[in-house]
Design a protein. Structure first.
Length: 187
């Protein structure tokens, strides 16, 4: 069911004030589904830990909810670091990174592109050798609205690429199956 025009506008306002880290700490796959759930009253405005009090205040202003300071968790987005001595080049972190902020190739050392890293930390748990650690974001590299917009774009671009690759793989499997089935019918 589609929302009303007013709901769509409020969802967009909420999504725009979220930090676009796509960390899933709120329980949703990305910021947009969280925004939709807030509008549909299926969750509360306190789940965006990386956004902290700044985002909660904005969400309260948009939704008209009174802010309860005790419910706010301030966990600013950090950066990740890959230990070059321990990296085995498995590419699991690359696959998990929602914004393509990790560079490398199978069997080779991987590295984090610091200016692209949104600090979601999703890659940390994907590493089989625990060579990825989180560290505090430095004052000269803060998480900004401009970085949030870039992160949002990169997130949706990667999702679109993955969807296209899945569709192409499905089509290839279907064609292989058709060839096998029609070959057997002729024989």
């Amino acid at each position: 069911m589609r929302g009303t025009k007013e709901e769509v506008i409020v969802i967009e306002q909420i999504d725009n004030c979220l930090p676009q880290i796509h960390c899933q700490k709120c329980g949703f796959v990305s910021c947009l589904p969280y925004a939709k759930a807030i509008v549909k009253k299926k969750t509360n405005i306190y789940k965006c830990e990386p956004g902290g009090s700044n985002v909660v205040q904005k969400l309260g202003d948009i939704t008209g909810e009174q802010i309860i300071r005790a419910n706010i968790k301030d966990t600013p987005p950090e950066l990740v670091y890959i230990n070059p001595e321990a990296c085995i080049g498995c590419t699991l972190c690359i696959q998990k990174c929602p914004v393509d902020a990790i560079a490398g190739a199978e069997g080779f050392l991987h590295t984090v592109i610091v200016d692209e890293c949104n600090g979601c930390g999703i890659c940390v748990s994907s590493c089989p050798v625990d060579c990825i650690t989180e560290k505090k974001r430095t004052k000269d590299n803060p998480w900004t609205d401009a970085k949030a917009n870039i992160s949002k774009t990169r997130f949706y671009e990667k999702r679109a690429r993955k969807k296209k690759l899945r569709l192409e793989a499905d089509e290839e499997r279907l064609n292989t199956l058709k060839q096998l089935l029609f070959r057997e019918e002729k024989g």
